[in-house]
Design a protein around this ligand. Structure first.
Ligand code: CO
Length: 392
């Protein structure tokens, strides 16, 4: 079953989830085996009061992810519903036109179907979906009770959806939801009243303690037309990279967990160069001087990848010599791999010319080595692994 699940086959995923929801024989073993492959998807929680348009918004988010080439699992959790995996869901899939697309798998879950606790069951379903290769999991919860706060705790990034005209919108929310929110969405923002909700959120934020300096942005959407969804998804990714420090693997890039990590650009002065990128709408998420490379770096997240600006701290350094010889410009491209030590050994064993004599630790604690342009078709290639001490 694990093998069929790993192949991504939708039917075995559905059967595996039923097995786990029902706590049937073999369920615990299956979940345990899946844990080896789980934790690889980006989990995005979407919650908010009833009538806020969460389902429609989740559909739009799924559509955007599909256009970006990513597979999607949707887990719709409704603690008040007696249905699980049931008829309501079938209607929903037909309604949204995903029935022909195996890249979107939608599953509903109700408290009655989840023996041993809703949050635990939801976590296990996420793990199964990830083991089956789902690159992004959208966890939708209905309402704003304690169950929802617990379930949404499974998410890497939490989106709280509000709408104008619900009375004292923000005040009616449980404090718990305010605290877990990474991003606020004001949905149905075309009908007036969006400013009021937004200012209520901002006022409330002043009272909420924030960890890590991330102030939850407010994004306006009209889920029925898809307006604002691009901005929302870009904000989700920015939150995943900036606040959570999640790497490309968790952003679901590349079948083997690889992906473009960043583009390294050599500049004489970061202070002078960054202005252009900021005008593009990018922001510097991380600045660091890497002493052993004699280089100052600034990272600007761009979608799921990043631009790395490199400024030499001395002329006699790799970047200093590059600038003297070639001037400013693209210096290297970097790809992310799982198992960087293994990759280093493999390339060395194959006699591939490397430009590093070992795996080193660079900006942000991430491990890396360089492959010489003579081996790659003329491009200096950086191989980036996971950060030292990272949970991945
Ligand atoms: Co680099």
């Amino acid at each position: 079953m694990l093998e069929r699940l790993r192949s991504g086959e939708v039917r075995s995923l559905a059967r595996a989830i039923s097995l786990v929801e029902g706590r049937l024989a073999g369920a615990a073993e299956l979940v345990k085996a899946c844990r080896e492959y789980g934790g690889t998807g980006l989990r995005v929680g979407v919650t908010g009061p009833p009538g806020a348009g969460k389902s429609t918004l989740v559909d739009q988010m799924a559509r955007w992810l599909r256009q970006d080439g990513l597979t999607v699992g949707v887990l719709a959790v409704d603690p008040s519903s007696p249905y699980t995996g049931g008829a309501l869901l079938g209607d929903r899939i037909r309604m949204q036109g995903f029935s022909e697309d195996p890249g979107v798998y939608i599953r509903s879950m109700a408290s009655r179907g989840a023996m041993g606790g809703l949050t635990r069951a939801a976590e296990e379903v996420c793990t199964l979906m990830e083991a089956a290769g789902r690159q992004t999991i959208l966890i939708e919860t209905v309402g704003v009770g304690q169950d929802e706060v617990d379930v949404i705790g499974l998410a890497d990034v939490t989106v709280v959806v509000l709408v104008p005209g619900m009375g004292d919108e923000v005040q009616s929310l449980k404090a718990g939801i305010m605290e877990v929110a990474d991003i606020f969405v004001v949905n149905k923002s075309d009908g007036g009243g969006a400013e009021r909700v937004e200012s209520e959120i901002l006022a409330m934020q002043g009272l909420t303690e924030r960890r890590g300096g991330w102030v939850p942005p407010v994004v306006r959407t009209v889920a029925t037309t898809g307006e604002g969804v691009v901005e929302l998804m870009e904000t989700v990714r920015r939150c995943a990279t900036e606040k959570k420090g999640l790497r490309t693997r968790r952003l679901g890039l590349g079948a083997a967990g690889g992906g473009l990590d960043h583009l390294g650009i050599a500049v004489r002065s970061i202070a002078a160069a960054r202005g252009f990128y900021e005008a593009l709408g990018l922001t510097v998420s991380h600045e660091e001087t890497v002493e052993h490379e004699k280089v100052k770096t600034a990272m600007l997240p761009l979608g799921a990848t990043r631009i790395e600006l490199l400024e030499p701290t001395e002329d006699d350094s790799t970047i200093g010599r590059f600038l003297a010889k070639r001037g400013e410009g693209l210096h290297h491209i970097a790809v992310h791999v799982e198992g960087i030590d293994e990759m280093f050994r493999r390339l060395t064993a194959q006699g591939i010319r490397l430009a590093s004599d070992g795996v080193r630790v660079g900006a942000g604690g991430h491990r890396y080595f360089f492959v010489h342009p003579a081996s790659t078709g003329g491009v200096l290639l950086e191989i980036v692994g996971n950060a030292t001490g990272s949970a991945e």
